[in-house]
Design a binder for this molecule. Structure first.
Ligand SMILES: C=C(O[C@H]1C=CC=C(C(=O)O)[C@@H]1O)C(=O)O
Length: 445
């Protein structure tokens, strides 16, 4: 542990790993809309195309900071699992005891990374649906399905905020102005050669202020309706819909969706498909930027896996706001000397930060980022998702989202991969396109 992180090790926000009891019940006939009906302001959410997990309340949690933020969270969760009594007749990814997590992009961030084990989790995976209740043995003694359902109703009600008409939204400059962003991109381009850097992902933020409290339930509903194919997430005020899967681990199989290379759909003419193909698939700059992201992932994945499958060529992922070059990569994870497979959280730490959010090579890009960006990214571009007691889980990269900082104020973030040949004004325009999902969900455009 570094001296730096020791100083930051918090104790105030962490419960020591308590002995938890966790009981999962199967829903015989849950509504198709179980997850979408359960989105609430204070819910923890991970959902895609109607499947996923929604959590309420806190059975236990840990907040961490600094270089050891992942390691401390992992150690705490391992201890939780060791002590826990888990009854889980479903045994599917996400059933049984789960923790939602959100991790700061940088070890320098003032944002507290966290793992949160909800008191109640509603889960849905195709035809399978379940409810998990976690707490003390006393609280769960004799609990039946009907009791779990009644508790879920109470938690759903507690997680809502009073409905109010959507407020007027004003968008203002964040930690760096549009002008400073253009300057940072120009400076980066001027330093690539000397610093031995081939790609840098520079981000910016804007602030959305609302005349009335922002209801995250309504933001989540819009994101899930419009960006159903993305992974919509919410953890303690961090909300968004990411198209990028850092890692999904299912029974020892690791899968990632790597994105890099972006085209704003608003710029397309009549032949949209031909335009996307020419501007993304056939553009050497975009293909180079994408290849760097693939290389950084495969470099981290190789030592911990075997049988990696990575497509020869990317595909074009169409989202309502942008097109991306995308590649789905998968591999079987390797067990360690004790026969232990890495968990989703272990792999998320190993993969973070990818070239899609930091740059190439990672260390040098990280140093230049801190010099040029002038931004505490907080949880933006960090891993967000969940992990269960078997180590299965999903961590996306927290993109296309924002952080609710006060009840009326949300900070939105977006970044762009800068490579030689990038045009600063085009990157600024691309960052606006990447903020479009959140601007629309906030009704700010
Ligand atoms: C850093 C972001 O996007 C990354 C993911 C996909 C495409 C990207 C790009 O083309 O620049 C970025 O690397 C963001 O949305 O804030």
């Amino acid at each position: 542990m570094s001296a730096d992180s020791t100083a930051l090790t918090p104790t105030a926000h962490q419960s020591p790993a308590p002995a938890l009891t966790s009981v999962t019940f199967k829903f015989q006939d849950a509504a198709q809309s179980l997850i979408s009906d359960s989105l609430r302001h204070h819910a923890m959410v991970w959902t895609r195309n109607g499947n996923g997990l929604v959590g309420f309340g806190v059975a236990a949690q840990i907040h961490t900071q600094g270089e050891e933020r992942f390691a401390q969270a992992r150690a705490w969760f391992a201890q939780i699992i060791k002590l826990a009594q888990i009854t889980d007749p479903i045994t599917r990814p996400g059933s049984g005891l789960v923790a939602f997590g959100s991790f700061a992009f940088s070890f320098t961030s003032s944002f507290a990374s966290r793992l949160v084990i909800p008191e109640v989790v509603l889960g849905k995976d195709g035809e399978h649906a379940w409810i998990t209740v976690t707490g003390t043995a006393e609280k769960l003694a004799g609990m039946q399905f009907a009791d779990a359902l009644a508790l879920a109703e109470v938690k759903l009600a507690q997680a809502a905020i009073a409905a109010s008409a959507p407020g007027e939204i004003e968008l203002t400059t964040g930690q760096l102005t549009a002008g400073s962003y253009l300057e940072a991109v120009t400076k980066a381009l001027g330093q690539f050669e000397d610093r031995g850097i081939s790609k840098l992902v520079l981000a910016r933020d804007i602030v959305a202020r609302s005349s009335s409290p922002i209801d995250l339930a309504s933001v989540l509903r819009t994101l899930t309706e419009q960006y159903g194919n993305c992974w919509t997430y919410a953890v303690d005020g961090l909300v968004g819909a990411t198209p990028e899967m850092l890692v999904r681990v299912t029974n020892g199989l690791a899968e990632a969706r790597v994105l890099a290379g972006t085209l704003d759909r608003a710029t397309a003419g009549a032949d949209a498909t031909g335009y996307a193909h020419a501007q993304l698939f056939e553009d050497p700059k975009q293909r180079h930027e994408h290849q760097l992201a693939i290389d950084s992932l495969t470099e981290s994945l190789n030592p911990i896996s075997h049988g990696m499958q990575s497509p020869e060529e990317p595909f074009i992922l169409q989202l309502p706001n942008v097109w991306h070059l995308a590649s789905d990569v998968r591999a079987e994870l390797r067990a360690d000397a004790e026969g232990q497979l890495p968990s989703a959280l272990d792999v998320a730490e190993i993969f973070h930060p990818t070239a899609a959010v930091c740059g190439t090579p990672t260390k040098r890009a990280g140093v230049l980022l801190r010099e040029l960006e002038g931004l505490d990214r907080g949880p933006y571009a960090g891993p967000v998702g969940w992990v269960d007691s078997r180590g299965d889980g999903e961590f996306g990269i927290a993109l296309r989202g924002g952080m609710l900082e006060t009840e009326n104020m949300m900070r939105l973030y977006a970044g762009c991969g800068i490579v030689p040949g990038s045009v600063p004004e085009a990157e600024l325009a691309e960052s606006w396109a990447k903020m479009r999902p959140m601007r629309q969900a906030l009704q700010a455009e």
